[in-house]
Design a protein around this ligand. Structure first.
Ligand SMILES: NC(=O)c1ccc[n+]([C@@H]2O[C@H](COP(=O)([O-])OP(=O)(O)OC[C@H]3O[C@@H](n4cnc5c(N)ncnc54)[C@H](OP(=O)(O)O)[C@@H]3O)[C@@H](O)[C@H]2O)c1
Length: 301
């Protein structure tokens, strides 16, 4: 059934140098065409840095957001797959489309996975980008293997926390973490064997010959990691290049990742949910350092 015509949505107005997060209560809600799927969004994850990514500034709607969890509200006239109206799903929307921070959003069949019943919509909405970024960087690109040593920068972040656990539990690697000191004990609980504080001058000189660096910070931190990696090692960063999820066909990997979280094999960052009316505050908070939580905006009610 097609929803009401107007919906609530977050918008990023302004431009790169002065983005302004706004809430709009009267955006025209989308209608699924062809084989598209319409999701009634209950929660949508915030990646604070999205205000610095070019994609949202190129959309007419200016609605950000790629990670959503909600209920299937309608199926396009040509959809003939197994999904049904009313199912609880999680989706990772393609970067060029986005528009997940809205009451209703459009997705494609290869962007959707069923939501495990063991997690809430808030928890599920916090996962797609962080978990697939970590997984694809470490397992697909880095080919991290048992016994290898990996340095993970930004290890306490949404991507970093999952990268640490995938490295320890899935790959069987030795993990060295770079994070500010308040996060050190949590990281040790997650299985890292060594943790360094990026506020300690010369930290890079204390780490030698790692097989792989997974950098989630970029800039000066990324430059310094060159000193820590062995000569035939590898550095993978998510600072710049478009990730694989930009090209869709992630639903199978997303299902596997959700299953691992649903069964408690890996544990994401704690989630803090903000209602739609406080979305500007949520985005502001999501861009702050040292918060140790993943932020989602909820659209229920
Ligand atoms: N290209 C891609 O595919 C892709 C996809 C997803 C994410 N990303 C990028 O990956 C990065 C991490 O995302 P996220 O969601 O994990 O972010 P997050 O949850 O905000 O985590 C950021 C982490 O980086 C650390 N950090 C921030 N600034 C730092 C600095 N100057 N020096 C050292 N450490 C610093 C933070 O440590 P403290 O909290 O201790 O300060 C925190 O652990 C973001 O830049 C995001 O844009 C890229």
């Amino acid at each position: 059934m097609v929803p009401s015509q107007k919906m609530k949505a977050v918008q990023i107005l302004g431009n790169f140098s002065s983005p302004k997060v706004a809430t709009n209560y009267s955006i025209t809600s989308p209608t699924p065409k062809g084989a598209e799927i319409l999701i009634r969004v209950l929660a949508s994850g915030v990646t604070g840095d999205e205000v610095l990514w070019p994609e949202v500034y190129n959309t007419a709607s200016r609605i950000p957001g790629h990670d959503v969890s909600g209920v299937i509200a309608a199926l396009g006239p040509d959809y003939n797959g197994p999904l049904r109206i009313g199912q609880d799903v999680v989706a990772l929307l393609a970067p060029a489309r986005g528009e997940g921070q809205a009451e209703y959003t459009i997705c494609l069949a290869d962007e959707v996975a069923l939501k495990p019943s063991s997690m809430t919509h808030e928890e599920a909405a916090a996962l797609p980008i962080p978990v697939l970024t970590a997984w694809q960087a470490i397992m697909d690109h880095g080919k991290l293997a048992n016994g290898m040593t990996i340095l993970i920068t930004g290890a306490s972040g949404a991507v970093g926390t999952l990268a640490v656990q995938l490295s320890v539990k899935l790959a069987g690697a030795n993990v060295i973490a770079l994070a500010s000191s308040p996060h050190h004990s949590t990281l040790k609980h997650l299985g890292v064997y060594e943790v360094h504080d990026y506020n300690t001058p010369g930290w890079e000189g204390n780490i030698k010959d790692v097989d792989m660096v997974f950098d989630t910070v970029g800039g000066d931190i990324l430059t310094k990691t060159w000193e820590t990696v062995k000569s035939d090692g590898m550095i993978v960063t998510v600072g710049d290049p478009a990730p694989e999820w930009a090209f869709g066909k992630d639903s199978q990997q997303l299902s596997q990742a959700l299953e691992m979280v649903g069964e408690g094999f890996i544990k994401p960052q704690e989630v803090e949910a903000f209602p739609f009316g406080k979305a500007a505050l949520a985005w502001d908070y999501a861009r702050q350092r040292g918060r140790g939580r993943k932020i989602v905006v909820t659209f229920g009610g």
